[in-house]
Design a protein around this ligand. Structure first.
Ligand code: FAD
Length: 380
């Protein structure tokens, strides 16, 4: 088989890259190893993010739950309730969402195959990818470019000898909706139930998506049990769930492009520190990679990404390193979000996906004020 671009992986990043490429007539094949995969994921995406990716009207055609309020639970202080302004969070079932994104790519002309990438061979200006279909047959696909959208365990990255992505561990479950549950996303902080992470409750249409995270896998079972007990008391029995751990990338700077291969989404760890939001950023990275191919200039990819997101990722990483693992500091930082002005900044950056130079600086200023307070207290 022959094409201009082979996309490996049919999650949000891969399906988005394929959609934008096929839309402008670029011959694209996408391979996904399991078209029935339902990724364990909270499925939360801000509505503004979908608008930014030209999906505002399209997503109305699939089932989704709309959330207009969040509750943040600091480790020690009372919960902080925030009405979302200028946008909503949509909660998707990931099987439905990913299938829908692939369907859009297919409508634009992408050829989609259920096959798992096994190897890559570089020949002059072509890449020969070998993939194994479900039924066992092997196929060779020759392309000018490969887009690696194959997630946190990226096979493409390991075939190219790139260092492994570092990650946190998560565990998530779907529990039946509890009748008096508000349609609200909950973020719970505290080391008794989440380690260098938070625990969450997101209301999907038919279930509650509940989970927690940790930097080490062996802590997860105890942490999720603690969280279920803390949040639901005796209403949920942890023993009734089969727990499985999943990785979520820990962002750090990585290679965007090498040997005619673009890396996107979780395969390049584009998960925002602190919020651990990955779907929107995976799709944006894919859009930028597709743009670079359209412009016949691979360097455009990294340039677009850096201009749009680098500062925000760097700052959130600093927050993460400073706050997580220390409940007292985390409590202090979360408490600054009681201030409506800080809420507004967070809302602009996180919910409305506004472009950030000035906003990021203002948010950083609030953070610096907090650090000075902490340092002053320590010196007293
Ligand atoms: C428990 C949990 C909760 C989360 N909650 C949220 C949330 O609420 N909101 C949010 O924004 N983000 C969330 N995330 C992060 C989000 O799931 C990811 O950042 C996002 O899915 C990244 O998209 P992607 O397309 O890069 O990778 P993925 O969605 O992981 O897709 C990669 C695809 O590649 C395929 N693949 C892998 N290897 C091969 C191969 N060799 N050949 C062919 N195909 C291959 C896989 O089957 C998969 O379909 C969560 C993550 C976890 C683990």
């Amino acid at each position: 088989m022959d094409c201009e671009v082979l996309v490996v992986g049919g999650g949000p990043a891969g399906a988005t890259a394929a959609r934008f490429l096929a839309q402008v007539g670029i011959d694209t094949i996408l391979i996904e190893k399991d078209l029935s995969f339902h990724k364990p994921c909270g499925g939360g995406v801000p509505s503004a993010g979908l608008k930014d990716l030209d999906l505002a009207d399209e997503v109305e055609k699939i089932p989704l739950s709309r959330v207009k309020k969040i509750k943040i639970y600091p480790p020690f202080s009372a919960p902080i309730e925030v009405e979302l302004k200028g946008g909503e969070i949509y909660i998707f079932n990931r099987f439905i969402f990913d299938s829908f994104l692939r369907e859009l790519a297919k409508k634009e002309g992408t050829q989609i195959l259920e096959a798992s990438l096994e190897s890559l061979k570089f020949e002059k200006s072509r890449i020969i990818s070998t993939a194994k279909k479900r039924e066992g047959e092997r196929i060779n696909i020759s392309s000018k470019y490969v887009i690696a959208s194959d997630g946190v365990n990226s096979k493409v990255s390991s075939l190219l000898g790139l260092p492994q992505i570092s990650y946190y561990w998560t565990v998530s479950l779907h529990i039946p909706k509890i009748s008096n549950n508000e349609n609200c996303c909950e973020f719970w902080f505290g080391s008794s139930h989440a380690s260098f992470f938070y625990s969450w409750v997101f209301p999907a249409l038919e279930y509650l998506s509940v989970g927690t995270g940790a930097e080490k896998v062996d802590k997860l079972t105890e942490l999720i049990k603690n969280f279920l007990k803390k949040r639901f008391g005796d209403k949920v029995n942890p023993a009734s769930f089969k727990l499985k751990a999943y990785k979520i990338p820990r962002w750090s700077r990585r290679i965007f492009f090498k040997d005619n291969v673009f890396f996107t989404g979780d395969a390049i760890a584009t998960v925002m520190p602190v919020s651990f939001e990955g779907i929107y950023y995976a799709m944006k990275s894919a859009q930028f990679a597709a743009q670079a191919i359209k412009e016949k200039n691979p360097t455009v990819y990294e340039k677009l990404w850096k201009e749009r997101f680098l500062n925000q990722f760097l700052i959130m990483k600093k927050f993460q390193d400073f706050m997580f693992g220390n409940d007292k500091r985390m409590d202090q930082w979360l408490n600054i979000h009681r201030d409506p002005a800080i809420q507004e900044l967070a809302m602009a950056l996180w919910l409305r996906k506004e472009k950030g130079g000035k906003l990021v600086r203002l948010y950083l200023k609030a953070f610096s004020n907090l650090i000075s307070k902490i340092v002053n207290l320590a010196l007293k």
